[in-house]
Design a protein around this ligand. Structure first.
Ligand SMILES: *[C@@H]1O[C@H](CO)[C@@H](O)[C@H](O)[C@H]1NC(C)=O
Length: 268
């Protein structure tokens, strides 16, 4: 099925795909199956070349036994707080865009601000080949526009408290999307701090965005603790998205010699 989405990069820059390069209005399409699927992303547009030529792409499979226990890696220093946010349907995913001061994260001495959270189903990263029900990406950006993403894996089980609070807004987003209404939904003030619980274990590597243009030099932090989400919540996240994008998970990419580091407070 050639299900696909068309979006304006100019539009997406402000509202969604913050990995997009700074090109003015240009219509680009990609999908998750058939001729617009991940295997073809690199040839869909010159802007997307890195998706096929890049040597440090994401997501990846994390092999626990091969992860490097880097004695220098540090506990995650991050702080999230309540702030104004909006819920948007980017066509290829559903995202929360934070307006300002949602919080920050320190990675290798650099201070990054939390700017967006979005979801992929099923998970994009796998651990020892295991794929999870869902993966949340907390996207952080530095003042120099460098990107770092914290990834949280979810398996089916109890409801996730952060998504529970978005339930009504997700329903509205689905209703509006069914009528092709594109307007972002104001969430008022939302609190992301429950996502910051103590992190005793995480994996760290350098990769890319997982949607076109697949830009590299993104530092990834995949949390070791797998959280739970209910089937109803996954259905609510799917509802605003058209068929093909309800499965918006890019296949894992070769490591090409990259090392994945492990920080594990319990065993260091
Ligand atoms: C990171 O930057 C924010 C402002 O964006 C600031 O409030 C915070 O204190 C900084 N964190 C550290 C550890 O410097």
């Amino acid at each position: 099925m050639a299900a696909w989405v068309a979006f304006y990069l100019g539009f997406a820059l402000g509202l969604g795909n913050i990995f997009a390069s700074s090109v003015e209005a240009d219509t680009v399409q990609f999908g998750y199956s058939g001729s617009l699927g991940p295997d073809h992303w690199g040839s869909l547009s010159p802007l997307f070349e890195t998706c096929s030529t890049g040597k440090s792409q994401s997501p990846v499979n994390i092999v626990k036994d091969e992860a490097d226990r880097n004695k220098n890696s540090k506990p995650l220093t991050r702080y999230y707080q309540a702030t104004q946010a909006t819920l948007v349907n980017n066509g290829f995913n559903v995202a929360v865009n934070y307006e300002s001061d949602a919080g920050w994260l320190i990675v290798e001495g650099k201070n990054y601000s939390l700017v967006q959270m979005h979801w992929h189903t099923p998970s994009e990263h796998t651990i020892d080949g295991e794929r999870y029900a869902l993966e949340a990406h907390l996207v952080h950006k530095s003042t120099e526009a460098d990107i770092t993403v914290v990834s949280i894996l979810f398996q089916y089980g109890d409801a996730d408290p952060v998504l529970t609070r978005l339930q009504e807004s997700l329903k509205r987003l689905a209703e509006e999307s069914a009528q092709d209404v594109q307007a972002p939904i104001s969430l008022g003030v939302i609190d992301t701090s429950p996502l910051r619980r103590k992190t005793r274990k995480y994996y760290r590597y350098v990769g890319s965005g997982t949607t076109p243009p697949c830009s590299e030099n993104v530092i990834w932090t995949v949390l070791g603790k797998v959280r739970t989400i209910s089937k109803e919540q996954v259905a609510a996240l799917h509802a605003p998205l058209k068929g093909d994008f309800q499965h918006n998970s890019r296949p894992t990419q070769p490591l090409n010699g990259r090392k994945i580091e492990l920080y594990n407070k319990l065993k260091n």
